[in-house]
Design a protein around this ligand. Structure first.
Ligand code: CTP
Ligand code: CA
Length: 225
């Protein structure tokens, strides 16, 4: 695909970017989460703002500062992210879901600290809402971009997610590859669109990945006219 030449290709385009992990509490002291640091999502938000987009970044807890050029909404749980994304969805033109949302949360949350038991502890978990799947279901005019974090069968699983979540584009990464995935400053991704056009990017910085992804998003928006 072509490169964005100059100017503000996303001038006034309303974009939602989600980033970081979610936290699912079990008691006031403990939670379930994952290794996401938010770097990929923050890079996308920052680059999109540079290209003129009006960006709302909806982020789980991270150790890094969000870009000052975007509107930042902080959440903790998958349900909070669901609510914040869904209430802005009608207005949005592009939604990029790079957050690592927990698939499960403790079925019961305790208001007091759980005391240590003498032997083992079994915790019952229940499914969270799939935010991206719901966005796919409610999609009207929006361009919907998902991520796929995989350890194996990358393309097969990514293609399935395009269908089940009604996506326009998916960014798949093998989180076990060296230089890819959680915590690193670099990533190795394959972008696949609805027509199954595939772009395999080599190892590059997350900023570079963000730029390539936004090139592709811009192209898809232009194709729609
Ligand atoms: N996602 C979401 N809400 C969830 C779980 C995932 O919106 N409750 C989104 C992620 O933000 C990502 C995409 O769905 O953009 C794919 O996430 P991933 O974990 O790779 O896939 P899942 O559909 O959760 O399936 P699995 O974990 O079994 O691979
Ligand atoms: Ca998942």
């Amino acid at each position: 695909f072509e490169k964005i030449e100059s100017g503000s290709p996303f001038h006034n385009v309303k974009m939602i970017v989600t980033a970081g992990p979610t936290r699912e509490k079990i008691d006031p002291v403990r939670f379930f989460s994952n290794h996401s640091t938010g770097k990929m999502g923050y890079a996308i938000a920052e680059e999109a703002a540079k290209l003129g987009a009006n960006v709302t970044l909806i982020t789980g807890p991270t150790a890094i500062a969000p870009p000052e050029t975007v509107t930042t909404v902080r959440i903790e749980t998958a349900q909070e992210m669901f609510d914040e994304v869904l209430k802005r969805y009608n207005d949005a033109e592009v939604v990029i879901k790079s957050a690592a949302v927990a698939d499960y949360r403790p079925a019961k949350q305790y208001t007091q600290k759980m005391k240590k038991q003498s032997t083992q502890l079994v915790i019952e978990m229940e499914r969270t809402n799939d935010i991206l799947k719901e966005l796919g279901r409610q999609k009207t005019h929006q361009l919907l971009v998902g991520f796929a974090a995989e350890t194996n069968n990358l393309e097969e699983y990514a293609k399935k997610k395009i269908e089940t979540k009604n996506l326009d584009l998916i960014v798949a990464n093998n989180i076990l590859s060296k230089g890819a995935g959680f915590g690193t400053d670099t990533n190795i991704v394959t972008m696949i669109d609805r027509e199954l056009n595939k772009t395999e990017l080599p190892l590059m910085s997350k900023i570079q990945v963000a730029k390539k992804l936004l090139d592709k998003v811009h192209l898809l928006l232009r194709e729609r006219g």
